[in-house]
Design a protein around this ligand. Sequence first.
Ligand code: DNO
Length: 406
Amino acid sequence: MGMEQTWRWYGPSDPVTLADIRQAGATGIVTALHEVPIGEIWTEEAILERKRHIEWDDSVNPCKPRGLKWTVIESIPVHEDIKQGKPSRNAWIEKYKQSIRNAGKAGIPVVTYNWMPVVDWTRTNLEMELEDGAKALQFNMSEYIAFDLYILRRKNAEKGYTGEQIKAAKRTFESMSSERRYILQNNIIAGLPGGQEGYSIDDFRKRLEEYDVITPEVYRENLAYFLKQVVPVAIESGVRLAIHPDDPPISLFGLPRVVSTESDLQYIVNVVDSIYNGLCVCTGSLGVRPDNDLPGIVERLGDKINFLHLRSTQRSIDGSFHEASHLRGDVDMYNVIVAVLKEQKKRHAANRQDEAIPMRADHGHTILDDLEKKTNPGYSAIGLLRGMAELRGLELGIEKSGVVYK
Ligand code: DNO
């Protein structure tokens, strides 16, 4: 059996429609109730209403199934008070549990979340031009440091960088127009699609300061505290959790990061040993670190993988990276998919209900007609379609080659 092909849809305002997604050949929808404020309860009614909209086409009478199913929630974000371990966390955790119960009642099998403090995924440039004219998302290390030192002016920030890095960041900053500086600031703190809320520069500074006293050890314990309370509810509700890795998998702005390496993932799955306490393996995020052996991670932690984001990144020597096309770049996609299919074979033999792991092609390039359109960065239709088609072909080739199935 192949992986379940899914597509991230940003809801009714997404320029990519459900009909487009159907034509792209996906069968699963990944989405969220983006309108619910972070931490508040997702009601069963609201989930069911969105599910019906996804699964049934009401524009015809009688309505007919669209051939799509809402199979993954990405994400139910975790409130900052829970991440910081504030006394108020228990009340927020109760709300989180209720959202999980409601997702279960509505029949959504997988919920993704992340444990990144303050900022979700971070890029400095959303329009890096590639040699073929396509545009890609990029994390440029010098731009990031320039933002930290000269726009944010974070206290003691320079202590985290080498003299060489500071010089390069200064050069970068001086060469930027004020418009480019403004875009850089927005890319980092205004919130990328599907991320945490956006901040003004002052709010952002305040949020960062709250973390001055939170060491990585404490931050990790806060995650364990959350999991010990939430996983039992996920088990009861039949909802498999999938934690998304840090993107990028390094500390930003001196913040703690505890979901960046294989040993971080191992720690998390050991907190409560259950397939309901699982992982979203994002190859593009984890792949930014050369010390993350991606096929090995899939092999060793395979039984805990509840969701896959398949994409590739290309690293540069100075710690920058950009999104490569799905089968190029630093990610060994062939061996990742071989390992995924081997895991699925094991699940089949064990008669597990979750044999087909949901995957989505993540972060496509902006290409062709989409270059002229307003799109969600990384989520324009044609680039993702290209990515998904390539991944689908690779998967089929592996299936037929006999490497996994004799
Ligand atoms: C970016 C996404 C992330 C992801 C969340 C999961 O494209 O991978 O925003 O959805 O971090 O909670």
